[in-house]
Design a protein around this ligand. Structure first.
Ligand SMILES: [Zn+2]
Length: 475
């Protein structure tokens, strides 16, 4: 084991030397890579545009989409796509401006001067790092507000989805910023401190640290954070509750709480999900879903959701995310002390290895510059992740079909599609790149074609009970 670690260390060391050459034009590389990424995204979006001019719905949906609804869905999709194209161009322009005007180095210096003015020692690198990150985040988030305001109050409003108010929008924004600061800054401080202490072996320690943070957030998020934004009320006794509880007990799903969330407070889009620790799970259903569907249809949607649980999809996705994180950190360890990279973005190259003002080396700069360089690689990751989640969606649908919910799930999905005015036609590449779920026609077709096992791998007892119930029905 230690042999592998030493070998890996020496490979990383050699790559780091190779990557630290002043002749590598890092700034130009970042501009080109993000230009290519933007061109790619615009190309994919461009392919989707004509889909909004197709005059008739796809065959799978033609009996379910009224002419009027179809037209509305096409108009909504077109508006959302135009918004996304404008936003892609805007983000690219901001990114370019940041690079050309040397914003990264200038803000590092100005936060340093600010520290001197308020009497914080220049050697306190972590404080400097946090101030810098907070400053960078704010100057991008403030103009970003105009975009989200437009999205909610112009675009969603125009198509009848917005239920939020300006007051709610402002308090949501302030709460989000405050939480980001309260959670994000200490985590970042811990992140930097660990690299500081662990030195060359930081990857393993950071993985452990970040895993711990994720676990804590998993517990804290639904209990303390989500209630700041939404109200959760236990699902009242009645047909729906009985159905969901019976379904959960049949699948041995450790259901401890069953809530309704007031999603209608902000939007009329609807949904359902579950979360929690392996031995104690909560199911949350949007009030909008309950309003628009029959209890049997909500049950079918939950059968799909519980399929994700039964087939361990969330754990698999967490595992993939850890793999991605490990990969990111290992590559980062190649660039962490890259003087050429620092210099290309206007920083004093000495900052890549030490801190001229005393204190520890400002690792955060290297991390941000490294992110700039590798962010376009996320395009590939996005493709891969979507192909995974799509596969899982098909499996969860098949799971619900096995449980006998084919008709109800189909009906529920169609209703969701109609009520959310989802786009009826999708370009294949556009859909593969942007959608974590298969399109509705694809899902309906797959459910129709499903010929797999009819019985779930339930316990023999559960299977017997099911057969007995079936007989009772037939009698
Ligand atoms: Zn799903």
């Amino acid at each position: 084991m230690s042999g592998i670690v030493t070998a890996l260390d020496s490979v990383i060391g050699r790559l780091a030397d190779l990557a630290d050459t002043p002749s590598i034009p890092y700034r130009t590389a970042v501009v080109w890579l993000s230009g290519l990424q933007t061109a790619w995204e615009l190309y994919v979006d461009r392919r989707q545009i004509p889909k909004f001019s197709v005059p008739i719905p796809p065959p799978e949906l033609k009996n379910h989409l009224k002419k009027d609804t179809f037209k509305k869905a096409q108009a909504y999709g077109r508006d959302k796509l135009n918004y996304s194209i404008a936003n892609t161009i805007y983000s690219f322009a901001v990114g370019l401006a940041f690079i050309y005007f040397g914003v990264y180095a200038a803000t590092w210096d100005s936060t340093g001067r600010f520290m001197a003015r308020v009497g914080i020692a220049a050697s306190r690198t972590i404080v400097h790092s946090l101030l810098w990150m907070a400053y960078l985040t704010l100057i991008t988030a403030i103009p970003g507000l105009a975009w989200s305001y437009y999205y909610t109050f112009v675009l969603e409003e125009k198509h009848g989805f917005n239920k939020s108010t300006v007051k709610l929008f402002i308090t949501d924004t302030l709460k989000t910023w405050l939480l980001t600061a309260v959670i994000g800054l200490p985590v970042l401080a811990g992140f930097l401190k660990i690299i500081d202490i662990a030195g060359k072996n930081f990857v393993a320690w950071l993985m452990l640290f970040l895993l711990g943070i994720q676990l804590i957030l998993q517990i804290v998020f639904p209990i303390f954070i989500q209630p700041l934004f939404n109200k959760f009320t236990p699902l009242p006794e009645g047909e729906l509750r009985t159905r969901v509880e019976a379904l959960a007990s049949k699948l041995k799903f450790p259901l401890t709480h069953l809530y309704v969330i007031d999603g209608s407070k902000r939007s009329s889009h609807s949904n359902a999900y579950f979360y929690g620790l392996p031995w104690s799970k909560r199911i949350v259903i949007y009030d909008t879903l309950i309003k628009d569907s029959t209890p049997a249809e909500v049950e079918a949607v939950l059968a799909h959701e519980l399929g994700h649980w039964y087939l361990s999809h969330p754990s698999r996705l967490i595992l993939i995310a850890q793999g991605h994180l490990l990969f990111t950190l290992v590559i980062f360890s190649i660039f962490i002390h890259n003087k050429a990279l620092f210099e290309a973005f206007g920083f004093d190259p000495r900052l890549a290895v030490s801190s001229p003002s005393g204190g520890s080396q400002p690792v955060v700069i290297g991390f941000i510059l490294y992110q700039l360089l590798f962010e376009p690689l996320d395009t590939v990751v996005k493709f891969f992740m979507n192909s995974k989640t799509r596969k899982y969606e098909y499996q969860a649908d098949a799971f619900a079909v096995q449980l006998g919910f084919k008709k109800e799930l189909g009906d529920a999905l169609i209703k969701l599609h109609v009520n959310n005015l989802s786009s009826p036609h999708s370009d294949r590449l556009y859909s593969a790149y942007h959608h974590s779920h298969p399109t509705l026609p694809e899902r309906l077709r797959a459910m129709d074609d499903y010929t797999g096992e009819h019985w779930l791998k339930l316990s023999p007892q559960a299977k017997k009970e099911e057969i007995a119930e079936q007989h009772k029905k037939e009698d």
